[in-house]
Write a protein that binds this ligand. Sequence first.
Ligand code: NDP
Length: 314
Amino acid sequence: MRESVKCLIIGSGPAGYTAGIYASRAGLAPWLIAGMQPGGQLTITSEVENFPGYPKGASGLKIMEDIREQCLHAGTRIEDGQVTRVDFSSRPFVCEIDGGKEVEADTVIVATGATAKWLGIESEQYYRGYGVSTCATCDGAFFVGKDVAVIGGGDTALEEALYLSQRCRKVYIVHRRDQLRACEAYTQRMAKKTNIEVCWNCQPVEIMGEKKGFSRQVTGLKMKNILSGNEQVIAVEGVFVAIGVTPVTQLFQDQLELDTQGYIVTRPCSQSTNIEGVFAAGDVQDPHFRQAITAAASGCKAAIEAERFLNMFS
Ligand code: NDP
């Protein structure tokens, strides 16, 4: 028999957990399915200095552990599964968990977040896990004392570069323009580092490497100067790709309205989607701000709207 819930939350980043806190306190007894990476992108962020309540900053993992604890304390049922299919064609909505169990939900809050983008060059996937990574916090320890490259010019790239500069001998930032997108605080901190060098106007062309027995090893990065057209190889053993994110919306492609980049479209000043009773919160619907705090705020709004929606029928 299918279980029924008033509110099903899909995703466990700041948006999902905050939705859980508010929905629990509203008496909706929400069920939160935490997904593949419980805690979301923040769990792989080394240092977060702009989330309120942590005056000295804290690791993303610590912040997410705290929010999860608060969410559990509020009464949310949290399960570490994955939603594998949804049917939003009629209410109650039906969601399948881990390819088996089905749940009926009167409202759904989609908070599936976003995942790291890849450059799209062949060698990147060949060396992925053998020197190519999207997470310095996860993989930085493999490159102590070595030379590495970070691709991108945004906050993520600089955060990764700053983290790696404490462990690696040299960090190249490879950026396709002559101006960084990252915030002033990171830019200033980077400027003080003697072992970070920016390769301006450069686009990666190929990740170079060699086979080592059953393993593979990155030995360099070939990049093209966009202005001169000249190609150059820098000798690095690690390449960290930090060029932004893609919303996780594959599951909803035929069910919810998405924009051209794949983000869920929500109504102005609202977290409601094109399907009444389905709400979206966090990075999955926000191509503009993409901050932990804005995600949390939208999770709060989604839960309040879910409660108001259900009140219309009671
Ligand atoms: P951004 O979209 O901000 O930056 C992506 C960077 O990658 C840009 O510099 C972009 O270049 C470059 N880029 C994109 N595509 C390619 C490509 N195909 N080839 C080469 N370079 C490419 O993403 P971030 O992940 O840095 O940040 C996402 C959001 O998260 C932002 O809002 C950011 O502020 C936030 N964030 C906040 C942090 C914090 O406050 N602690 C930490 C990390 C992220 P170009 O500039 O030319 O477009």
